[in-house]
Design a protein around this ligand. Structure first.
Ligand code: GDP
Ligand code: MG
Length: 163
């Protein structure tokens, strides 16, 4: 059995961009329209220390904050159930939102290894955007630019330690 690594987070934070980046090729559909990944997208990744199954979670664009929360709970529940390692993607441009706080609460009640990634940190000017995410109380926050590649090698180092 391959270890399962699930990417979770709100729509439009860059989950599919990260999925493609880790795959090393384009597969998931990345769109400016939030929630364009309709289904979960699976791919075997064997470019790193140990092969794993990567899961990109998606779903429809939620109609409201309530729908968004419901979808996040559902995604996180699935991740908790089927994943061995969870990559939580947060949006460093958007900032910390109530649904992020809630999903972290849900995830931390279980002891699945969790890497918390603040995405859209495209350069040194964006680094300060990670600060507010320390309020989540997680041990470690990794800055990332899934689109441009900054922070990806650090993420891979941490992921390989967990695999
Ligand atoms: P998903 O809904 O979480 O799967 O998000 P997508 O991967 O589809 O990306 C949503 C939008 O965010 C797209 O316009 C991406 O180009 C953009 N995006 C993704 N990663 C980054 C990043 O590292 N920096 C910036 N500036 N934009 C990003
Ligand atoms: Mg997507």
């Amino acid at each position: 059995m391959l270890p399962v690594v699930a990417i979770v987070g709100r729509p439009n934070v860059g989950k599919s961009t990260l999925f493609n980046r880790l795959l090393g090729k384009r597969k998931a559909i990345v769109e400016d329209i939030p929630g364009v990944t309709r289904d979960r997208n699976y791919a075997r990744v064997d470019r790193f220390g140990r092969p794993f199954l990567l899961v990109d979670t998606g779903g429809f664009e939620p109609a409201s904050e309530d729908r968004l929360l419901a979808q996040m709970r559902e995604q996180s529940q699935l991740a908790i159930e089927e994943a061995d390692i969870i990559l939580l993607v947060l949006d460093g441009k958007e900032g910390l939102t109530p649904s992020d706080v809630e999903v972290v609460e849900l995830l931390r009640r279980h002891d699945k290894p969790l890497l918390c990634l603040v995405n859209k940190i495209d350069g040194p000017r964006d680094e300060a955007n990670t600060a507010e995410f320390y309020a989540l109380g997680l041990d470690e926050i990794l800055p990332l630019s899934a689109a441009h590649g900054h922070g990806v090698s650090d993420l891979i180092v941490r992921l390989e330690e967990l695999l």
